[in-house]
Each structure stands twice: as C-alpha cells, then as structure tokens.
Design a binder for this molecule. Structure first.
Ligand SMILES: Cc1cc2nc3c(=O)[nH]c(=O)nc-3n(C[C@H](O)[C@H](O)[C@H](O)COP(=O)(O)OP(=O)(O)OC[C@H]3O[C@@H](n4cnc5c(N)ncnc54)[C@H](O)[C@@H]3O)c2cc1C
Length: 428
C-alpha cells in the first residue's frame, strides 16, 4: 500500500449505482475522490435495470445515457398494470411527460455500472477488494475519513467528505448511530433472464392470483421476468421437474404470459431470488458524511425508484457542494457540512415522497391479503380510469419532481368520491 495517497477531498464507500454516481458527480467538480468497494469485481445481479426520466436527465448531462443507448438500452414508453389476460387496467403513459423525458430505459445492472464508471473523471481513483471497516472521527465527533482493510493490510484515508454508499446493510449508517428500521415485504421476487421470447413494448405488471408478474425487455432480444413468490416457495433447490411444473403453473395463471412459456422453461437456471424491503433513514447526512443510495433508502422494485433516486441524490449532493464553492479548491469541513445540511433538507422530502409512491404501487399489486386485494384492485381500476390521477402518478414515478397526492386524491383513487376534475390533465 506504500506510495498511495491517503488524503482526498472525498472518499466514497461502495461502488454500486449510488457510489459510482457520487464519484462521477464529485469528480466533475474537480475533487480528488477515492472510491472503494469490498468486492474485487462486480457480479451480475438482476436488480436496478430500469431508469426513470429523472435519472436519465442526470445521465444525459454526464454522457452516460448515450453510452447505454449505444449499447442496446431499450426505451419503454409505458408502465402498465394488466389483468391475467393482458388487458390494461392502469397505463402510465410516459409520452405525456415533457419533451425529451418520455421514456424509461432498461439495461443490465452491470452495464449501467460500467457506463457510470466509464465516464468518471481523471481525479477519481477506484479501488476494489477494499473493505471499509469504520469511520475516523475528530475530537468533535465529525467524520473525517475511513479505515480500510485491503489485501490483509489496514490503512486510513482522510477526507473532509465521506460518502456512505455501502448499500442496504450500511455499516457506516450503523456506525453513525442512525436507527433506520427496515421492513421486509412478506414475499420474494424471483427473476428470470429469458431469451427468444417476443419483445414486450411496455414495462408490464400482470396481476395474478398469487401476486405480481413483472415483464420488460432487456437488450439483445432478452426479456426480464420477475415472479412474486412466498419466502419458502422455491427454497431447498427444487428438482428440475418440480421447478418446471412450478413454472408451468406461473404461466397457466396468467394466460398473457403463454408466449414466455418455452423461454421460461429454457431459462429456469437463470433464476435469482431477491428479498424486498423498505426503509428511509431519518438522516441523509451527519457532519462529514452523506448517505446515498440504499445506505439511506430502499423501496420495493415495482416502481423502479431505488437506483434512480441514488443517481439523483448523488447529483444533488455534488450540486450543493458546487454551490458552496468547493470546486475552487480543497473543501473545508465547514463548507462540506453546510452543503450536507442543504443536501439533507432538499432530498429528504423527495425521498419520502418516492417511498410513498413505491409502497403504494407495491401494495396495489402484491398484497395478497383479502383486504389488500380489494383495496389494491379498486385503486388500480379507479386510477386507471382517471386521466388526472394517471398523470400525477406517472409524474411521481418519473422522478421529474414530486406531485404529492392529496387526501382527496386518495379518496378518488379508491372510488370513494367521484372526481369532477378527472379529465383536467396538466400540460406537460
Ligand atoms: C429485484 C430488484 C429490482 C430492482 N429494480 C430496480 C429498477 O428497475 N430501477 C431502480 O431504480 N431500482 C431498482 N432496484 C433498486 C436498485 O437496485 C438499488 O436501489 C440500487 O442498486 C442501490 O444501489 P447502491 O449503490 O445504493 O447499493 P448497492 O448496489 O448495494 O451497492 C453497495 C456497494 O457497497 C459495497 N460495500 C458494502 N459494504 C462495504 C464496505 N464495508 N466496504 C466497501 N464496500 C462496501 C458493496 O460491495 C456494493 O458494491 C431494484 C432492486 C431489487 C432488489
């Protein structure tokens, strides 16, 4: 480790979407940034594949969207909740958003990470296989860097700004004493990577008697299928014929998925089981340290918000630092802390809104209790028939800026009150 600099303007802990986006944004300010990740290399994982317009605006500025499009990224124009026969019940039409923001973009998670990493500036250094052990604090308790173990050797890195982007189990969040209670959804999502299936046009959520089936196109003629399961439904490595029978049952319950039947049977080995949880940290910053991505906030994947807010939070953090003048030289702790306070004040309400949007969307389509089904189906049906509410929900999903739903909107959404303004859709 000798000869390595141990002083930086910022140290970013974690090189997932949140960490790489932070490194990108901080590097663009000209800051000397060290990014560390405990994994020697990123592994493919079936998460974080769909980018919303709000994150795409940021990625467009950075040139990352262009890279993703050149590498086969797929534009999706609508997010549609469908019945098992495929009939649309609620269609969020991104074509009604402002010009230039009218699509979602899907790509493999690793491809998104690669594209983010590729655009990182020359003042950023990335070290993999380096585990962040703990934060370093000055006499006042302010975070002033981290202790790292790499190749069996421990060393310290000092920086006025530490970015905790170390994921949902964030060691740095716990070290800061932040109690963020995590709530697990009572189901899992099992992903399948299908080849040779007809390419779907939309991001489609099918309602089935046993929960959500989510389908969208990926680059290279591939299709992503997520199947909601009970936690132990596929546990214990079912044998091949039991697994095939299970897959046939999935298709039989949703006739619209029949064209995926052959590719699903051929793609059973691609399955990954992912737990899903939600939480929102009460704080996004402590003196000297910002929390970005799942270190601060996790949501159900149904609304495709997690990685998107990680990217927009990273951009916002750098914007605040830029506004406080850090780009003019090595940032002082006082300047960093002022920017961190502004970051928290701006982003916390936005994350709270996105958390509500995601949880409502998830419960509408995944809640299998009797009450949950009744309320969920009503909400899907009444929202689907109300152009104004559809626009509000689309806008909230897009990440272009929150449009909070009022209590009255909720009553319209559940069909408790008729909505006289249902056809008054705001202009894009
Ligand atoms: C099934 C599923 C589907 C999803 N689909 C979408 C989607 O379509 N769109 C969307 O926007 N979001 C989606 N999400 C959410 C999205 O994947 C996450 O929000 C996003 O990947 C979080 O990125 P992150 O960088 O915060 O965390 P992570 O991706 O978890 O990265 C954290 C990194 O920190 C490293 N690390 C951890 N601890 C340490 C340590 N002590 N020292 C050094 N390194 C450390 C880890 O190795 C890891 O690389 C989905 C999630 C799931 C589960």
């Amino acid at each position: 480790m000798s000869g390595r600099s141990t002083r930086y303007d910022a140290v970013v802990c974690g090189a997932g979407a949140g960490g790489l986006a932070s490194a990108h944004a901080l590097g663009a300010l000209g800051l000397r940034v060290l990014v560390v990740d405990k994994q020697p290399r990123m592994r493919p994982v079936a998460k974080g594949e769909v980018l919303q317009p709000g994150a795409l605006r940021v990625l467009r500025r950075w040139g990352t969207e262009r890279l993703l499009e050149q590498r086969g990224g797929v534009r999706l124009g609508r997010l549609v909740v469908r019945d098992p026969a495929g009939a649309p019940l609620m269609a969020l039409d991104y074509g009604r958003l402002p010009e230039g923001d009218r699509w979602l973009l899907s790509h493999d998670h690793l491809a998104i990470l690669d594209a983010l990493a590729e655009g990182i500036g020359p003042t950023v250094e990335v070290r993999r296989g380096a585990l962040v052990e703990e934060t370093l604090r000055d006499g006042s308790g302010r975070v002033g860097g981290v202790a790292i173990t790499e190749g069996g050797r421990r060393y310290e890195v000092r920086a006025p700004l530490t970015v905790a982007a170390d994921g949902i189990s964030s060691r740095l969040r716990r070290a800061a004493g932040i109690d963020a209670r995590r709530v697990d959804y009572p189901h899992r999502l099992v992903s399948f990577d299908l080849t040779g299936a007809p390419r779907p046009d939309d991001f489609s959520a099918y309602l089935s008697p046993r929960g959500l089936r989510l389908v969208y196109a990926l680059p290279g003629d591939r299709v992503r299928l997520y199947v909601q399961t009970a936690p132990d439904e596929l546990r214990g490595g079912r044998d091949r014929s039991a697994l095939a029978a299970w897959a046939e049952g999935v298709v039989a319950e949703v006739p619209a998925l029949e064209p995926l039947s052959g590719p699903l049977l051929a793609g059973l080995d691609s399955r990954q089981m992912l737990p899903v949880s939600r939480f929102l940290s009460p704080r996004l910053a402590v003196p000297g340290m910002a929390f970005v991505g799942e270190a601060a906030y996790a949501v159900h994947p149904m609304a495709a918000q997690g990685m998107n807010t990680a990217i927009t939070c990273a951009a916002s953090l750098a914007d605040h630092l830029g506004r406080f003048g850090v780009a003019d030289g090595a940032p002082s702790p006082a300047t960093v802390d002022a920017a961190l306070r502004a970051y928290q004040a701006e982003r916390r309400p936005i994350l709270a809104q996105a958390a509500t949007t995601s949880d409502n969307a998830a419960r509408m389509v995944t809640d299998l209790t009797w009450r949950g089904r009744v309320v969920g189906r009503r909400a899907v049906r009444f929202t689907g028939r109300n152009p104004r509410l559809l626009h509000t929900v689309t806008y909230n999903m897009s990440g272009l800026g929150p449009r909070p739903m009022t209590f009255l909107d909720r009553l319209h959404q559940l069909g408790v009150l008729p909505d006289p303004r249902a056809h008054r859709v705001p202009q894009p």
